[in-house]
Ligand binder design. Structure first.
Ligand code: ZN
Length: 501
């Protein structure tokens, strides 16, 4: 390596450390706002975030940065594979950012910083009209940015790519059609047989006890409490500063024990992915999970495939009996498993069972797609939402709070994210089939720790962070291309057994 190249690689490392620091600061402000900050304090955070985003934009798109990255790209054969990947990822970001005028980028960041608050209020007050102008701005900016970035591509394809590189509307349409073909008849059959009584899950569950349950579950998952803690927010999420500092959050409902429990397991799955990255990625853009599809494959793997399996629910039932004897003293392992997996069309995505979940995602996907195609405006969203819920899930939406205002994604600018949940769930089913070749999954679930499962995932997924694109990583893990029939087979087998179909 020449002296010049050596100097450039040092500059590359320095650039990424600076980006890391800006991200760290923005994430801290976000975390503070979502957790402990008082209610009417968003203005100051918005100002600070706006300024930080200006610096980030300048750093990522400056002449020096572009020259540096171009130089390194030309010398990519002399770089380590890691450095070459750093340059590749930085150039991708740069490509996106440099096509967006700085004033628009900064204006958009400012909108996002107040959008969360506006959405919260609108949801609380069931007042879609007050959220509508902000939502319009967010959609408009995203559509414009997608067009700036890839003028010849369908804007919604560009948007999907931001969360799952390589994903297109065409693939989503086919994928969702396959799911509907299998899921809709199953739901219909379930509607014709006696429903599971899951009332013991809805009783009196003191928050302090639920916090104890959170600790128990995180420990069962093998999450190191010195590197990951759980906070409380309106909507659960995972946030990573480094692989050594990951935060998850949950929301406790006093009358519903399963809600927080499965949030913790879901976010715990995200956390394990982040905690499992190799040290060499630290302070580089390679750190962190590669895509939302792969991320959701990990969270939903733990939440559903493991967390809602008969082996796992059976293994944790004794803890439930000990903590909540009034509700669970007489419950058999089979009954507990059935309660946890009760399938019934409902209104709220995050509370939906594993079977009907994908239909909630499809509603959002259809709306986003139509918004990007100019076939819908923000004025139409509530009616379209309610219409699709009736069509896909057969339920009547009584108000916007339980309808189109329920999710935080749009207010956070995450348009195109939702399909990742369904794709990720399907990835997970195929990963399970592969995992079974090496791991006795049921025996591990019953053993008191899920560590052998996360070790398997760590070796094949976590350690690589963003070294490989999602498709490449998936095929390395599974040894085959993605095939959604693993998922539909899994669902059919599971629910036919539970409901004796
Ligand atoms: Zn998630």
């Amino acid at each position: 390596m020449t002296e010049e190249l050596k100097l450039k690689t040092e500059q590359l490392a320095e650039l990424q450390k600076k980006l890391y620091a800006f991200n760290y600061a923005s994430s801290s402000i976000y975390l503070d706002g979502a957790t402990v900050a008082p209610r009417d304090t968003e203005e100051g955070r918005g100002e600070a975030l706006g300024i930080l985003s200006e610096y980030t934009y300048e750093l990522a798109t400056s002449k020096e940065t572009i020259e540096l990255l171009d130089y390194l790209k030309e010398h990519k054969d002399e770089l380590t594979p890691h450095q070459a990947r750093e340059v590749e990822l930085l150039l991708r970001d740069n490509d996106y950012m440099k096509n967006i005028p700085q004033d628009e980028y900064v204006a958009y960041q400012k909108i996002l910083s107040k959008a969360d608050y506006v959405w919260h209020r609108a949801k609380e007050e069931n007042d879609y009209e007050s959220f509508k102008p902000v939502l319009k701005d967010i959609f408009d900016y995203n559509i414009r940015f997608a067009k700036y970035y890839k003028p010849d591509e369908e804007p919604y394809n560009t948007q999907l790519n931001m969360f799952e590189r390589g994903l297109t509307m065409d693939q989503c349409d086919k994928f969702f059609a396959t799911l509907r073909e299998h899921i809709v008849p199953l739901i219909k059959k379930i509607g014709e047989v006696p429903q599971v009584d899951d009332s013991p899950l809805y009783g009196d569950f003191p928050i302090e006890k639920q916090k104890e349950l959170t600790k128990y579950l995180m420990n069962y998952m093998g999450i190191d409490p010195h590197h990951c803690v759980c906070g409380e927010t309106e909507h659960p999420f995972t946030l990573e500063f480094t692989k050594d500092d990951v935060r998850i959050t949950t929301h406790y409902f006093e009358n519903n024990v399963a809600s927080s429990m499965y949030s913790v397991i879901h976010e715990g799955g995200h956390a394990l992915y982040e905690l499992g990255g190799a040290d060499e990625h630290k302070y580089t853009v390679v750190a962190g999970g590669v895509s939302m599809g792969i991320h959701e494959s990990q969270s939903r793997f733990f939440e559903n495939i493991i967390g809602r399996s008969e082996a796992f629910t059976g293994a944790i039932l004794p803890k439930f009996k000990e903590m909540f004897p009034e509700q669970f003293a007489d419950i058999t392992p089979r009954r507990f498993y059935e309660m946890i997996n009760k399938a019934q069309p409902s209104l709220i995505r995050t509370e939906a069972d594993e079977l009907t979940y994908a239909l909630h995602v499809m509603v959002r996907y259809e709306i986003e797609k139509k918004m990007f195609a100019g076939e819908l405006t923000v004025d139409d969203i509530p009616a379209e939402w309610n219409k699709l819920y009736k069509e896909y899930l057969g339920v009547d939406v009584p108000n916007d709070r339980e309808g189109c205002l329920q999710d935080s994604h749009w207010s956070g600018g995450s348009i195109g994210y939702f399909p990742s949940y369904a794709i990720g769930s399907a990835y997970g089913a195929q990963m399970l089939a592969k995992m079974r070749e090496d791991v006795d999954v049921e025996a591990v679930c019953a053993s008191g720790t899920l560590k052998p499962i996360s070790d398997w995932l760590s070796e094949r997924i976590y350690q690589y962070a963003s070294m490989y694109d999602p498709k490449e990583l998936f095929e390395k893990v599974c040894g085959a291309p993605f095939d959604p029939t693993y998922y539909t087979d899994y669902l059919e087998k599971k629910y036919s057994d539970i409901y004796n179909l």
